[in-house]
Design a protein around this ligand. Structure first.
Ligand SMILES: CC(=O)SCCNC(=O)CCNC(=O)[C@H](O)C(C)(C)COP(=O)(O)OP(=O)(O)OC[C@H]1O[C@@H](n2cnc3c(N)ncnc32)[C@H](O)[C@@H]1OP(=O)(O)O
Ligand SMILES: O=CC(=O)O
Ligand SMILES: [Mg+2]
Length: 532
């Protein structure tokens, strides 16, 4: 059904929009999105083209290096970091999709801050995105509520809640339901624009402000673009420069070579960097996928103590502290295990060890995926970080080189590793196509970033016909055998009658195509979005 509405001139909704959200899609808000689109979309597309140029150089065998043209910025003695009072202590940050119940639970979780996610953990359907905006709007007005009649539960905010940060989609994603002059708008601008338009005033009245996590940047020019977007939006909304604050996810291999530059570009707005470890692994595999002899072992063998990962997190800490901002840690994948106390204890212990390592190394805070993990992470940071943050720990003796950041991890590729990637990849895609961007699989949190690792590894191993630990060569026929087998297991588990009412057929086809096609697709969510 086509939903007929009056939108401001030049703005239209795509034909498949069958629900309108009048509180969010006000005429004034749409006019603001139109302005953002007209001012910034062409540059965004140019930046995406630049990424292709960079990839072409990597495909010729090149590796990234610290840019020559910005040596002065790296060597200069500048600092930034006008950090607002309510962001000084970020020792535990909970993250989660913008679903109404999750938003309330996360804000009430006891974590210092909550990153509400339109990105890795959100399948960006029209309803998820618009309801997400409504949920955040209601949360900031402190009127958000939910009644679960079946369970007799009434969700509402506690008196004390976590400080809210919002993660808009990455630059590569469009919001295909909203068109300006017939062009799809950027998902980043749509998520960011609607949020600041509706919430800036409300937040300022409460002595806080719009705070953001910016994902998947690959180059300092992309940070410059975001800075201009911030400046324009602040002017438009009539609030001082520097009102909005951003933490950048360092989750692409190229970003690690430009940490000073990324901070410098956003100097009036930046308060931190974060080690987005899952996308970082994905990016590391993806960028060098066409390099000869560049192979990464089974997903579970790449951890934060693997040399290239340890080097990256150390460098993030060193540079953040030098420049006066927070160096946030990342997400351990373990989540609580119900009905199995021993397994649960082991999972929590893995999280504890991860957080202990981060706090001791100098991170100023960390991420947790579930409310039941807040306490574990809090205890470790309380123990090793008695002050609100440890920006004063400069780690000046560290010397991380270009080759440290690139060191190829050692390890093995096994049949079990291949099967796990196939199985988890299909299960995740199926959930995503039903609108769930984060799911628990085998007691681990899976989201778009972790699924990308599975997908990219399979593509790379297949393309390179790698030798498995048991001596066999991985090739198309072995892949077919494992793949069919894993699909059969899933069908048996779900049962043939029920499979019809799921998205498994689409997920199997999509995942298989992405893994076996010759041309590597930059992000699996680009194809998947067309089927959402
Ligand atoms: C790579 C990255 O980008 S990491 C960051 C992005 N990823 C994420 O943020 C993942 C966040 N985590 C989640 O989405 C969830 O924890 C999942 C999907 C992994 C598991 O969720 P569930 O299966 O619902 O877990 P479970 O049943 O144990 O939940 C228990 C309760 O905790 C709540 N809960 C679980 N995780 C969260 C969370 N992250 N935020 C708020 N509430 C949460 C559930 O809503 C549920 O509430 P209820 O008891 O009131 O019904
Ligand atoms: O966004 C976080 C990540 O690990 O990816
Ligand atoms: Mg990520």
């Amino acid at each position: 059904m086509e939903y007929l509405i009056e939108t401001p001139k030049q703005i239209s909704l795509s034909k498949d929009v069958n629900k309108y959200y009048p509180n969010i899609l006000t005429e004034e808000a749409l006019l603001f999105i139109k302005q953002l689109h007209k001012k910034f979309n062409t540059q965004r597309l140019q930046l995406l083209e630049k990424r292709k140029g960079q990839q072409a150089l990597f495909d010729q065998g090149l590796y990234p290096s610290f840019p020559a043209e910005t040596k002065d910025i790296r060597e200069g003695n500048w600092t930034v970091g006008d950090i607002p009072q309510d962001l000084l202590d970020r020792r535990v940050e909970i993250t989660g999709p913008v679903d109404r119940k999750m938003v309330i639970n996360a804000l009430n979780s006891g974590a210092k801050t909550f990153m509400a996610d339109f990105e890795d953990s959100n399948a960006p359907s029209w309803s998820n995105n618009l309801e997400g905006q409504q949920n955040l709007f209601d949360a900031n007005k402190r009127v958000i509520e939910l009644i679960d009649e079946k369970r007799g539960k009434h969700y509402r905010l506690n008196d004390e809640t976590a400080v809210l940060l919002v993660r808009p989609r990455g630059l590569h994603l469009n919001e295909s339901h909203l068109l300006v002059d017939g062009e799809e708008v950027s998902g980043s601008l749509f998520d960011f624009g609607l949020y600041v338009f509706h919430n800036t005033k409300i937040l300022l009245e409460q002595n806080t402000a719009p705070y953001f996590y910016i994902p998947k940047l690959e180059h300092y020019l992309e940070a410059r673009w975001w800075n201009k977007v911030f400046e324009f939006a602040q002017d438009y909304l009539n609030v001082p420069k520097g009102t909005f604050k951003a933490t950048l996810l360092i989750e692409t291999i190229t970003a690690s070579f430009q940490l000073d530059e990324l901070i410098y570009e956003l100097k009036d707005h930046i308060v931190g960097l974060n080690c987005g470890r899952w996308d970082y692994i994905f990016s590391y595999i993806k960028k060098f996928r066409n390099h000869k002899d560049f192979i990464v072992p089974n997903r579970d063998q790449v951890t934060m103590t693997t040399p290239f990962m340890a080097a990256y997190s150390d460098l993030v800490i060193q540079i953040c502290h030098k420049r006066g901002i927070h160096a946030m840690g990342g997400m351990a994948a373990q989540i609580p295990i119900k009905n199995n106390p021993k397994a649960n204890e082991e999972a929590l212990e893995k999280v504890r060890i991860d957080k202990e390592r981060e706090a001791k190394n100098g991170h100023d805070g960390t991420w947790v995926a579930h409310p039941a993990l807040v306490e574990v992470a809090m205890n470790e940071f309380d123990k090793y970080m008695p002050t609100p943050n440890q920006i004063f720990r400069k780690r000046e003796n560290l010397s991380i080189t270009e080759s440290d950041l690139l060191e190829i991890p050692k390890g093995t590729i096994t049949e079990a590793g291949i099967r796990k990637n196939i199985n988890v990849g299909i299960l995740y895609m199926e959930a995503w196509l039903r609108g769930h961007g984060a799911v628990a699989l085998y007691h681990l949190m899976e989201d778009a970033a972790t699924a990308e690792i599975s997908r990219t590894q399979l593509w790379q191993w297949l393309k390179n016909k790698v030798i498995l630990e048991d001596g066999r060569q991985f090739n198309a026929s072995l892949f077919e055998e494992f793949f069919d087998d894993e699909v059969e297991k899933i069908v048996t588990e779900v049962s043939e009658e029920k499979i019809e009412s799921t998205k498994f057929c689409e997920a199997v086809q999509l995942f298989k195509r992405l893994v076996t096609q010759d041309k590597f697709e930059e992000f699996l969510t680009l194809s998947a979005y067309k089927q959402l």
